[in-house]
Ligand binder design. Structure first.
Ligand code: ADP
Length: 731
């Protein structure tokens, strides 16, 4: 079975598709809204950051400027004399001190070589140190002669970050003779604290960056204070921000991996930049909130829309579902299909109308098919339909029953079920002819029933094709020709017998006629010679010959009547028939002193009593006739029960019959002794009577002088059901 996540129900499909489109639209809306909001919020955040950065830059400028001004003012008090007297200079510095709030470390004076000569902190270890090399602010003041704020550096004695400021000291001629500088220790309270005490916004912060030093001077994020920036080229966004210090917005990822929005602004006093940083997560937090809320609302709305849609679909599709249920129930009930009722829904009704039209056509075809099926089912010849592999899909009662089956047993079986293995080649030839020509002409095909009995059928076949002419099935018709074949055989036998009969009759009638003709000639001579004795003798011979012709004609007449119903069949005990026959032949039996022994006979025969009489009379008469010179003639009459049924016999101790003649004596005019009395038709008559009752007759004799025993069966007379009925009736 193929598994699919896509449901089969139209209702479910429409609901899912609509919800899919709905969700997609909402997602698209959320996506576009988010993009727009991000852009707007970015701009707002950037404006706020820019404004904050500008404020801070201005404040830093103010603070540094005021400190430089204080230093410059102080430098004016120092001349070349004072420079030449460091102690006096130290006094001046200490007695007119610069407030600690401006420079929280110390203020010191260096001479033209940059060597410290006075220090407000009065720390002796500073005096004598060359600051020109260590502090760029002093170097610039001494070399370039202007006030400046130097790059931040780590204090020599404090080990803490410092920001140095320095101004030049000039003599009366304006020549730089030294420099006055102060430092702000960032680890101690200072004016940056006010600026960077609080971060920016919730999680954002300020940083003040020295462009030249590529170092963060200070930051509201204390972890960043005095950290070096990456070398140029490492972070392009940072490099660009260092160049463009006019309030542009940058988005970058910090070393901690935080997606950040930043704005930088340059200061006028120094090369410093004020950077205001806001994590994107904070800046866009409202969007995230909005998205969360939107997702919840979307889910709730989707659920509601889904339920509503399902309900609407259920309501709208109900007529269709009801129709389908009705249809299913009708199909299951196997009753004749009737038109489906209309529902009042336009689309469903047009479907039902089309279906009802189809149903009409279908039932018309069904009726037609049923008519033909009824004819085929009840035909007195066979009809079968098989697919192209020979598998039976239809078979009528006649064809099934003639093979010993019920039609239902054969559906799904192969055509070869009707044939014995020896017949399959003939079957295959016939089927090949069918597939090549599209039909096969009527031909005799041998079949076998389920017990293996073979019988002939006359068959014809045709291929059933579809509208495109492609073969679909094989249809065959078959007629049982067993009787016809048997009749053909019987007819041939009769013709053969008739031919033989005409030949023998003409021959046997000829010999007494020749006798008559011959003695008529002699008679004529004897009359001419007046030979009275001769005339009497001649007339005797002529009389005997005429009697022979009469006997022959009588016997032939009797023979021809066998098989014809001369009188109504009757039932009579066999013993009675035998007794009557013995009574008729009583004179001869007595004359020849024949002893007759009749065994116990309880059977009754049903049939033509004349035939039964002729049967017994011929056999008993022959026994008397062919007794020979037997001194103790004896005839036994009786019956025996054998496997083939009841067998009757007439046994004599007469001249016997050589085995060579045991068959011949039953043919017409067969006489072993031409001089014997009789016609040679008696046993032929007996055989014909026996065979007309489906019996057989045969003789047993050891040979000449050994006596003979004639055996016969009469199944149709003895075993026939009417005999049983008659017996019961009599009983
Ligand atoms: P037929 O009129 O000659 O008796 P059947 O047809 O009755 O003709 O018998 C044919 C021949 O069979 C007889 O001619 C005789 O030779 C021989 N035959 C018949 N019955 C006996 C018998 N009981 N014993 C010996 N031969 C017999």
């Amino acid at each position: 079975m193929k598994l699919s996540l896509w449901p089969e129900s139209i209702k479910a499909r429409v609901t899912l598709s609509t919800l899919g489109v709905f969700l997609l639209s909402l997602w698209l809306l959320a996506f576009l809204t988010t993009r727009m909001l991000e852009r707007d919020i970015s701009r707002l955040v950037a404006d706020a950051q820019s404004s904050a950065a500008r404020q801070m830059a201005l404040q830093i400028d103010r603070e540094l400027q005021s400190r430089l001004e204080v230093l410059e003012h102080k430098a004016l008090l120092i001349d070349s004399d004072l420079m030449a007297h460091p102690v006096a200079l130290q006094n001046v510095l200490q007695h007119q001190p610069i407030p600690n709030s401006l420079f929280n470390v110390s203020v010191l004076v260096v001479n033209n070589d940059g060597i410290a000569i006075a220090d407000t902190s009065n720390l002796p270890e500073r005096i004598g140190i060359n600051y020109r090399e260590r502090v760029d602010a002093f170097a610039i003041a001494l070399n370039e002669g202007h006030a400046n704020v130097g790059n931040p550096l780590m204090g020599l004695s404090t080990g803490q970050p410092l920001i140095p400021l320095a101004v030049p000291i000039r003599d009366a001629s304006g020549k730089v003779i030294g420099a006055l500088g102060g430092a702000i220790d960032l680890s101690r309270p200072n004016f940056f604290d006010d600026l960077t005490a609080r971060g920016y916004g919730g999680t954002g912060h300020y940083s003040i960056i020295s462009k030249n030093g590529r170092i963060i001077v200070t930051s509201s994020n204390s972890a960043l204070i005095m950290t070096a920036l990456p070398a140029p080229g490492v972070n392009p966004v940072l490099d660009r921000a260092m160049l463009e210090d006019v309030g542009n917005t940058y988005r970058y990822t910090t070393v901690e991996g935080i997606d950040t929005l930043a704005v930088t602004r340059g200061t006028a006093t120094t090369d410093w930049l004020v950077a205001v940083m806001t994590p994107v997560s904070e800046a866009f937090a409202p969007i995230d909130d909005m998205l969360r809320r939107m997702t919840l609302i979307t889910l709730a709305v989707t659920l509601l829309v889904g339920i509503a849609l399902w309900w609407v679909m259920q309501h709208q599709l109900q007529p269709m579902l009801t129709t389908v249920d009705t249809l299913g129930a009708k199909v299951r009930s196997a009753q004749p299909m009737q038109s489906l009722p209309m529902t009042g829904r336009k689309e469903v009704d047009s479907l039902i109308a089309a279906f009802n039209r189809l149903l009409g056509q279908l039932s018309a075809r069904e009726e037609e098919t049923q008519r033909f099926k009824t004819i085929a089912d009840n035909a007195v010849y066979g009809e079968a339909i098989a697919d192209l592999e020979g598998t039976l899909v239809y078979i009528n009662r006649f064809l099934a029953e003639i093979h010993g089956y019920h039609p239902a047993e054969l559906i799904g079986k192969n055509l070869s079920v009707f044939h014995a293995t020896s017949q399959l080649e003939q079957l295959n030839n016939t089927l090949n002819q069918l597939s090549q020509n599209g039909y096969f002409s009527p031909c005799e095909v041998w079949h076998a029933d389920r017990h293996g009995s073979e019988f002939p059928m006359l068959m014809s076949g045709v291929l059933i094709k579809d509208d495109q002419g492609c073969p679909q099935y094989m249809a065959t018709s078959a007629v049982d020709i067993t009787d016809r074949k048997a009749a053909e055989v019987a007819l041939k036998q009769i013709n053969d017998e008739l031919e033989q009969f005409v030949y023998i009759v003409s021959h046997d009638l000829k010999s007494p006629l020749i006798t008559i003709n011959t003695f008529l000639g002699i008679l004529q001579e004897d009359i001419t010679d007046s030979n009275t004795e001769g005339i009497t003798e001649d007339l005797d011979f002529i009389k005997q010959a005429a009697a022979k012709i009469e006997a022959l004609l009588d016997a032939l007449l009797r023979l021809s009547r066998i098989g014809r119903i001369d009188s109504a069949p009757q039932t009579q005990p066999v013993k009675k028939m035998v007794d009557e026959c013995l009574k008729v032949l009583g004179g001869r039996l007595q004359q020849q002193q024949v002893e007759v022994v009749v065994g116990e006979m309880t059977d009754q025969w049903h049939g033509d009593l004349t035939h039964f009489g002729q049967l017994w009379q011929n056999l008993i008469e022959n026994a008397i006739k062919y007794m020979g010179d037997q001194p103790r003639p004896r005839i036994e009459i009786g019956t025996e029960q054998r496997t083939e049924g009841q067998v009757f016999y007439v046994r004599d101790n007469g001249i016997g019959i050589a085995p060579a003649h045991h068959q011949r004596i039953f043919t017409m005019f067969a006489q072993l002794d031409q001089k014997s009395e009789g016609t040679g038709l008696g046993l032929a008559l007996v055989k014909k009577i026996v065979e007309s009752y489906q019996g057989r007759i045969w003789v047993e004799s050891a040979g000449k002088g050994q006596g003979s025993c004639f055996w016969f069966t009469l199944p149709a007379a003895v075993d026939a059901p009417w005999v049983q009925d008659a017996e019961q009736g009599e009983g």
